[in-house]
Design a protein around this ligand. Structure first.
Ligand code: GLN
Length: 488
C-alpha cells in the first residue's frame, strides 16, 4: 500500500512513525476525520477526540524519547464488546447504554501498553450474537463494498472500519466465526487464536468456552504484529487463560510453503456452497499449489452437526452469562416497577433485543432438568467428536483450507429476520470454534456482485504462526488484500 496515510497498514504506519515522517497525532487525526466522514456506514458507536489525541501525544512522547516498539503510535479501534475505561462499552445492547467500565479489558490494556492509540468503539451484534450486525441495538453496519449489504457479524463494525480505511486495524471477537466471517465479507484479514491464548478478562461474555479475541487488519503481516501483543497468559484474571508464554507470531512469516500439506475437507465443498465462492476458493488453492503446497483431501464428517451443537452450547452459556444483567449492579434498570421480581422482568424485557431473548430462552430450556441430557449433554459429546475429527484430519495435513461462508455478504434484510437462515451460514466457522482451534480468513477474490470472498485457514492448536505464514506468502503473491471498495 502506498500514498495516503489511510492506505497504510499497521507495519507501514509504524515504520513511518518511527522515521518521524508523521506523528501519532497526525495519524490519529487523519483516521478520526475519515471515521466522521463515513459515519453513515454505522461502524463507530463512540469516539472521543480528546481521549484519542491524548493517547497519541503520549505515543509521540515515547517516540521522541527514542523508544521503538513495533506498534507504537499506530491507531486501532475496539469492538464494543471489550470494556474500556475511557469510552462507553455497550456490547451493542440497550442494556449497557452509556455504561462506563472502571477498567480496561486485558487485550485493550496490552495494546495500549504497546503504544497503540484507541480511535473509538465499534458496532457489533448485541452481545456478539449474530452473523450480520443487524442485531445491534444501535442499528446495522453497512458493508463498504456495497452499502445495501451486511458487513457480516458479529464484528461487523470492526470489519467495515478497516475495509473503509477508518482504522488500520481493529479488535474483534470470535465465538462461532465473528472474526473470520466479517473479515471475509469485507475483504480484510482476521485471525482467531487457539482458545485460551488471548485473555477473556473484560470481554463481555457471550459463550465463555468459545469466546476468543483476535485482530482484524489488511494483511497477515499486520495481524501477526497485533496478535503478538494481544496474547499471553492472564492466569489471575481469566480462569481459562493458557499458561503458554507470549509468542512472536511474525517470526516465520516468510518461511517457504514448499511441501506444506493443505487439507481440503470434502464437507466444505458440499452443495450449499455458492458457485462464485467455490470458484474463488479453487483459484486460491491453485495459487497455493504454485507456491509449493500440496493438496490433500481430508474429511470432517460431523461438519453439519456443528450447527445444532453450537446453537445448543452457545445459548446455554449465554443464558448463564447474561443473568448478571438484572438491573441491580450495572446497566439498564426499568424506570417503573412493582416488586423486585417485577423490576428484573421489566429491566430484562426492555434491555435485551429479540435475538438475545430467544437465545436466553433456548439456553435455559436446554439446561433445564429433563432436557439437559437430551440436548446439552448430547451436544457436549458431539463437540468432543468434532474436535477428534480435526485431530484425525491433522494427521494428514498441516493446515485446513476452505470457504469461510457458503456465500458472499447478503443484502440487509435479506434473511427477513429468520435467525435460522443466519445460523446455517455459520456452518464452516463453527467446527473450528467448537474444537478451540486457531483460524483465519484471508481475501482470495471476488464473487457475485463483485463482493469479496475470504478463504478460511484452520490450524492445529498453537499453530497460529503457521497460519500467518501461509497467509502471508499468499498475500505476497496476490493483491486481493490491497483492493479497496469503490469510492473509499
Ligand atoms: N454467528 C454466530 C452466533 O450468532 C457467531 C457469533 C460470534 O462468533 N460471536 O452466535
Amino acid at each position: 500500500m502506498s500514498g495516503a496515510l489511510h492506505d497504510l497498514g499497521v507495519a507501514e504506519l509504524a515504520r513511518k512513525l518511527k522515521a518521524k515522517e508523521a506523528s501519532a497525532v497526525e495519524v490519529a487525526q487523519h483516521f478520526l476525520a475519515r471515521g466522521k466522514a463515513q459515519a453513515s456506514l454505522g461502524a463507530y458507536l463512540s469516539t472521543d477526540d480528546e481521549v484519542t489525541l491524548a493517547q497519541a501525544r503520549a505515543a509521540d512522547a515515547r517516540i521522541a524519547g527514542g523508544e521503538s516498539a513495533p506498534l507504537l503510535g499506530v491507531p486501532i479501534a475496539h469492538k464494543d464488546i471489550f470494556v474500556t475505561k475511557d469510552f462507553p462499552s455497550t456490547a451493542g445492547s440497550k442494556m449497557l447504554e452509556g455504561y462506563r467500565s472502571p477498567f480496561d479489558a486485558t487485550v485493550v490494556r496490552k495494546l495500549g501498553e504497546a503504544g497503540m492509540v484507541t480511535l473509538g468503539k465499534l458496532n457489533c451484534d448485541e452481545f456478539a450474537m449474530g452473523s450480520s450486525n443487524e442485531n445491534s441495538a444501535y442499528g446495522p453496519v453497512k458493508n463498504p463494498w456495497d452499502t445495501a449489504r451486511i458487513p457480516g457479524g458479529s464484528s461487523g463494525g470492526s470489519a467495515a472500519a478497516v475495509a473503509a480505511r477508518m482504522a488500520p486495524a481493529a479488535t474483534g471477537t470470535d465465538t462461532g466465526g465473528s472474526i473470520r466471517q466479517p473479515a471475509s465479507f469485507c475483504g480484510i484479514t482476521g485471525i482467531k487464536p487457539t482458545y485460551g491464548r488471548a485473555s477473556r478478562y473484560g470481554m463481555i461474555a457471550y459463550a465463555s468456552s468459545l469466546d476468543q479475541a483476535g485482530p482484524m487488519a489488511h494483511s497477515a503481516e499486520d495481524c501477526a504484529l497485533l496478535l503478538s501483543a494481544m496474547c499471553g497468559p492472564d492466569l489471575d484474571r481469566d480462569s481459562t487463560s493458557l499458561d503458554v508464554p507470549a509468542e512472536d507470531f511474525s517470526r516465520s512469516l516468510d518461511a517457504s510453503l514448499q511441501g506444506l500439506r493443505i487439507g481440503v475437507p470434502k464437507e466444505f465443498f458440499a452443495e450449499g456452497v455458492a458457485p462464485d465462492v467455490r470458484a474463488a476458493i479453487e483459484a486460491a488453492l491453485q495459487q497455493y499449489e504454485k507456491l509449493g503446497a500440496r493438496r490433500v483431501e481430508v474429511s470432517l464428517p460431523r461438519t453439519e452437526l456443528a450447527i445444532p451443537v453450537y446453537y445448543v452450547i452457545a445459548p446455554a452459556e449465554a443464558s448463564s452469562n447474561l443473568s448478571r444483567f438484572d438491573g441491580v449492579k450495572f446497566g439498564h434498570r426499568a424506570r417503573q416497577y412493582g416488586d423486585l421480581t417485577d423490576m428484573y422482568k421489566k429491566t430484562r424485557a426492555e434491555g435485551f433485543g429479540d435475538e438475545v431473548k430467544a437465545r436466553i430462552m433456548i439456553g435455559t430450556y436446554v439446561l433445564s432438568h429433563g432436557y439437559y441430557d437430551a440436548y446439552y449433554l448430547q451436544a457436549q459429546k458431539i463437540r468432543r467428536m468434532i474436535a477428534d475429527d480435526f485431530q484425525q484430519a491433522f494427521r494428514q495435513c498441516d493446515v485446513i483450507a476452505g470457504p469461510v461462508a457458503p456465500t458472499v455478504a447478503w443484502k440487509l434484510g435479506e434473511h427477513g429476520g429468520d435467525p435460522v437462515a443466519d445460523y446455517l451460514a455459520d456452518i464452516f466457522t463453527l467446527p473450528g470454534s467448537l474444537a478451540g482451534l486457531p483460524g483465519m480468513s484471508i481475501p482470495v477474490g471476488f464473487g457475485d456482485a463483485r463482493m469479496p470472498v475470504g478463504m478460511q485457514l484452520l490450524g492445529n492448536y498453537f499453530q497460529e504462526a503457521k497460519l500467518l505464514n501461509a497467509a502471508h506468502r499468499f498475500q505476497q503473491a496476490t493483491d486481493f488484500h490491497l483492493r479497496r471498495p469503490e469510492g473509499i
